[in-house]
Every structure is written in structure tokens, then in C-alpha cells.
Ligand binder design. Structure first.
Ligand code: AVJ
Length: 323
């Protein structure tokens, strides 16, 4: 059997050309804004991996430590022969950690929008775990209909790490949790989420000293140039990330350094000096609020793990039973 087939699914769920109308509307709105999923072409996925290794970017390190420290408890909650579905899978590191602590995991289904990257990471997992069936799915995890149906119900665990859910507005995050609770009846959810904290720590995490986050953000403009025939001058924009205390979220911006006109897919777009595109929101959650939100969506909280510095939380939630 071929362990890691080519991903199934729409071939360009997050391709720019396929989403031209939406992207142009975002750039012509009073407040220019693009969806964060567009940050993840192959280069963006690589730069994000590099962010995860930065000293200032504490979430990945903290979550990996939580997974390591609580591996035995997590494995006993999940049980044997699990079917693991990972949303926004990204790098194979966390999946390998999780699969490594489980008792004979049966199936691993990484879901991601970055095609080549998904295939490479799935192949790595398949090589490390020859007894696990690896079935990558190319899809946008916010599109409930595109999500693969689990084969086993009771043995399905959705692995949703990295605080990826933070990219959604609180309303859309709640809606996704509801949809997942319904679709994953009988199963469980292992959810990793960044916790609200002081603005200085957050500011440093999203404005790193080596400029990797800046490169990651500016890559979005390079991608628009490549895929949507745009003519952004990368030197004429700067990365900034600000913490919005009221909404408890980081806002990543691409700030125009002067008045300028940029052409995107044949449309002329005016930027005033200081005007910016919002390229990502990263919402932070108080663990109790998150648990309340999940409970309202139909999940039951079995366990919440938090690191000693209270930076990151990992919650194990159970879906409604099969009726
Ligand atoms: C992948 C969305 C969880 O919000 O921390 C990291 C993305 N952006 N640095 C995050 C990100 C800038 C990351 N998520």
C-alpha cells in the first residue's frame, strides 16, 4: 500500500488567482484586509517554520513541552488505534510527537492548504510511522464541507494545535467548534491555544529581532506579485504587529511607507502613507473562556493542561455521543 498518496482535495483551495474577487474586494475596502491563509504558500510555510524556532516566539516551544510532559495522560485519553485528523497541519513535528506517544495509532489525516508542503510533511510522518496509514487532504479547514469524514467515529481525535484557531474571529471560531462537534460526534478534540498575556511578550513574539516575521508578512506581497500579477514594491511596505488589548488579539499589518498606487490583477489600488493592509489576526484566549466557548458548542472538557508560566493551553475535549 502506498503510505502517503498525493493529497486529495481541491488543488488550489488557497491559490490567489482562484480567489481574485475576494482578494481585490479586500484591497479596495475602506480598511484593507486579506485572509491570513494567503500567507502560507510554500515559502510562507517555510518562513512560519522558522518563526517557530525563534527565541521570542514562545507558543511552539511551550506547546511542544506541554505535549511531551503530558504525553502519557494524552495517550490514555485518546486510547488505542486512533484516527488522528490534524487541522492546519503545517510541520510534521507535533504530529510525530503525538503519534509517537499513542498506542498503535491507525490513521493520520493532515489537512492543510499548502499543497507541496503538505505532501512533504505527510511523507515524513509516513516514513517515521510505517504502520500508520497517512492520508493528506488539501483543504481549507474553515470549510466544514471540505473536511474529510472520519472512518471510525469513537477513535477519531481532531488535533488542532498551534493556536491556529486564533486566526478566526471569536464568532467564526465558535461556529467552527459547533460544526466540528457535530461532524466528530463520538470523537474528541485536542486543541492548543495561546493565552492572553502582557503586551510586551506578545509584541516581541510578533516583531522578532531577526525580522523573520517581517519576511513572512512581506512574502504575502511577493506572492501577490507572482500569482496575481501585482507590482508591489516590497521596500515601500513595512511589517508591523500590534497587540489590540480590547480585542485581545495581535494584528499583523503591512504598512505603506509613502503615498503610492499599486496595480493588482489590473486594478489600481491607492495607498496613503501610513495606510496598511491587515494580513492576520491572532486571537488570544483565557483558558476558561475558551472552555466555555467549546462547551457552548457541544464539547465537554476532560482536561486542560497549562504550562507553569501560563502562556499556552492544551485542552482535551469530547464531542457529543453518537445519537
Ligand atoms: C499559525 C496563526 C498560530 O498567530 O501565532 C506567527 C501565525 N503569525 N507569527 C500565530 C503567526 C506571525 C501563528 N498562527
Amino acid at each position: 500500500m502506498r503510505q502517503s498518496a498525493s493529497p486529495v482535495g481541491d488543488s488550489t483551495p488557497a491559490g490567489l488567482a482562484a480567489n481574485r474577487q475576494e482578494i481585490l474586494a479586500g484591497l479596495m475596502a475602506a480598511q484593507k484586509q486579506l485572509e491570513p491563509k494567503y500567507l502560507y504558500d510554500e515559502r510562507g510555510s517555510r518562513l512560519f517554520d522558522e518563526i517557530c524556532t525563534l527565541p521570542e516566539y514562545y507558543p511552539t516551544r511551550t506547546e511542544v513541552n506541554l505535549l511531551r510532559t503530558n504525553a502519557a495522560a494524552i495517550a490514555s485519553f485518546i486510547g488505542p488505534r486512533a484516527e488522528v485528523l490534524e487541522l492546519g497541519a503545517g510541520s510534521s513535528l507535533k504530529a510525530s510527537l503525538l503519534l509517537g506517544c499513542l498506542d498503535e495509532p491507525a490513521i493520520y489525516v493532515p489537512v492543510d492548504i499548502s499543497a507541496d508542503y503538505l505532501e512533504q510533511q505527510a511523507a515524513e510522518v509516513a516514513a517515521l510511522f510505517p504502520r500508520v496509514m497517512v492520508r493528506p487532504v488539501l483543504a481549507d479547514f474553515t470549510d466544514a464541507l471540505a473536511l474529510p469524514r472520519p472512518l471510525t467515529r469513537e477513535r477519531t481525535v481532531v488535533f488542532f494545535p498551534g493556536s491556529t484557531i486564533g486566526n478566526l474571529s471569536r464568532r467564526r471560531a465558535a461556529a467552527l467548534l459547533s460544526t466540528l462537534a457535530e461532524q466528530m460526534r463520538g470523537g474528541a478534540l485536542l486543541l492548543g491555544v495561546d493565552i492572553c498575556k502582557d503586551a510586551a511578550t506578545l509584541h516581541a513574539a510578533y516583531n522578532d529581532s531577526r525580522g523573520v516575521t517581517a519576511a513572512f508578512n512581506l512574502n504575502l506581497l511577493a506572492r501577490l506579485n507572482r500569482e496575481l500579477d501585482a507590482d508591489f514594491e516590497l521596500d515601500a511596505f513595512e511589517h508591523d504587529a500590534v497587540y489590540d488589548l480590547q480585542n485581545e488579539r495581535i494584528e499583523m499589518r503591512l504598512v505603506s511607507q509613502r503615498d503610492q498606487v499599486v496595480n493588482v490583477a489590473g486594478m489600481a489600488i491607492l495607498f496613503r502613507k501610513g495606510e496598511y493592509i491587515i494580513s492576520e489576526h491572532s486571537h488570544k484566549y483565557d483558558p476558561d473562556d475558551l472552555a466555555r466557548m467549546a462547551t457552548a458548542a457541544g464539547w465537554r472538557l476532560d482536561q486542560c493542561w497549562i504550562d507553569d508560566s501560563e502562556r499556552f493551553s492544551l485542552q482535551y475535549l469530547r464531542a457529543p455521543t453518537i445519537s
